[in-house]
Design a protein around this ligand. Structure first.
Ligand code: SF4
Ligand code: MG
Length: 340
């Protein structure tokens, strides 16, 4: 499909008292039209920074976009003026967050909040906006929309609030929805309902979605393609199916293994020895090297692997950042693992 969003070689740093945090180290993610791309990784890997950069919502300072581009529908969002960006944001591109209350104003009625984006971006009357709002509340599965318009957020359950937030995000019929851990704050049954809802709405409205999560079972319910992030890098991009059937990066393999098989009770979080490196003065080479079970040797410590298509990949869209797949790295003497 034709790309709608193309994040290319994005580098973002944060200035802190302890030093410069190299939060994004060349992140590239493409979202096609009507495609759902899942971004998976542990907390602190740069998923949210990527989302906030795309929305133009990074606080600067301390954040600084060092280089890269974020093209939306062909134009680089990083080059736009504030007012140009405001026209796109909240209209063509919208975002939902983990905690619905962060998007809702406790002292305003649901009605006021839900029609606000419409009044800001469309030339329509209040009563037309109200009609739209009711239609959208029904579309997100909320009954009795008329009554709901007069309610305040605190009267609603967490699941209902997130549905309201989704209605607010979709009321302008955006082409791109960015969902940052939209189900994490909800309990498990509600999580499943919200993911089902987003999947249905995506079909109904024909939009692209960048779906960010640390939860592989959740993300696998909705994504067509995946970007796997680790310590500020995209280490692999592939079709959803390939992530389970043919994962290439050692980190992705660990993630895929961590999913409990049917009938098996297991911890959802992957158990990988070691810890994520500090992103202040990060390692020069592969940022996964200290934890990698397939560590090759010096090349892993000295060279940052590029995201590239390996010769062995079944599809051209499968990309991995690992020296195991780099033809120019000699394959003998045999690769050794750290514990040999
Ligand atoms: Fe492991 Fe080396 Fe590949 Fe990094 S580049 S994931 S350390 S094999
Ligand atoms: Mg890198």
């Amino acid at each position: 499909t034709e790309p709608l969003l193309e994040i290319d070689d994005l580098h973002v740093h944060f200035e802190t008292e302890e030093g410069t945090v190299e939060a994004l180290d060349g992140v590239s993610i493409t979202v096609g039209r009507d495609e759902v791309v899942g971004v998976i990784g542990e907390s602190g890997c740069g998923k949210s920074v990527t989302a906030l950069s795309t929305m133009g919502l990074l606080q600067s300072p301390p954040a600084k976009i060092e280089r890269g581009s974020i093209r939306y529908d062909g134009q680089d969002l990083l080059e736009l003026s504030k007012s140009e960006l405001n026209e796109i944001r909240g209209d063509d591109i919208t975002m939902i967050y983990q905690d619905p209350m962060s998007s809702l104003n406790p002292v305003l009625t649901i009605g006021k909040q839900i029609i606000e984006p419409l009044l800001a971006h469309r030339d329509i009357s209040k009563s037309e906006a109200r009609t739209e709002a009711k239609r959208m509340l029904e579309a997100v599965g909320l009954a009795d929309a008329e009554r709901l318009l007069a309610e305040y957020p605190e009267a609603l359950s967490g699941g209902m609030r997130q549905r309201v937030v989704i209605a607010m995000a979709l009321i302008t019929e955006p082409d791109l929805l960015i969902a940052d851990e939209p189900t994490t704050a909800l309990d498990v049954t509600i999580q499943a309902q919200i993911v089902d809802l987003l999947r249905d709405l995506r079909e109904e409205f024909g939009m692209s979605v960048l779906f960010i999560s640390h939860d592989l079972p959740v993300i696998s319910e909705i994504a067509d393609r995946m970007a796997v992030m680790y310590a500020g890098n995209v280490v692999e991009t592939c079709a959803m199916r390939e992530l389970f059937e043919a994962p290439l990066h050692p980190y992705t393999r660990k993630l895929a293994e961590s999913i409990p098989k049917v009938g098996e009770v297991a911890d959802r979080l992957p158990t990988i020895e070691g810890t994520v490196p500090e992103l202040i003065d990060p390692p020069q080479g592969c940022r996964f090297a200290s934890r990698c079970p397939q560590y090759i040797g010096d090349v892993c410590d000295s060279h940052d692997p590029e995201l590239a298509a390996p010769d062995t990949a079944a599809t051209t869209n499968h990309r991995v950042a690992c020296h195991l797949y780099d033809e120019s790295v000699p394959s003998s003497p045999p690769w050794h693992s750290r514990d040999e």
